[in-house]
Design a protein around this ligand. Sequence first.
Ligand SMILES: [Zn+2]
Length: 64
Amino acid sequence: MSPEEKLPKVRCPHCGKQSDWYDNPFRPFCSERCKLIDLGAWADDRYRIPGEPVPDPDEDEASE
Ligand SMILES: [Zn+2]
């Protein structure tokens, strides 16, 4: 039996690096940095999707 079977690894969703699942407070990320970056990206995406496309201000001016 290999020790790796007892200690599952998880692949960081951000950078793809493998890290221990159990001894890792930032799982499934490999580090706090990757976690913060990835969560930050998620927050950005949420703000960037209001549901409707934002009208182009230049286009609006031209129609007046
Ligand atoms: Zn990572």
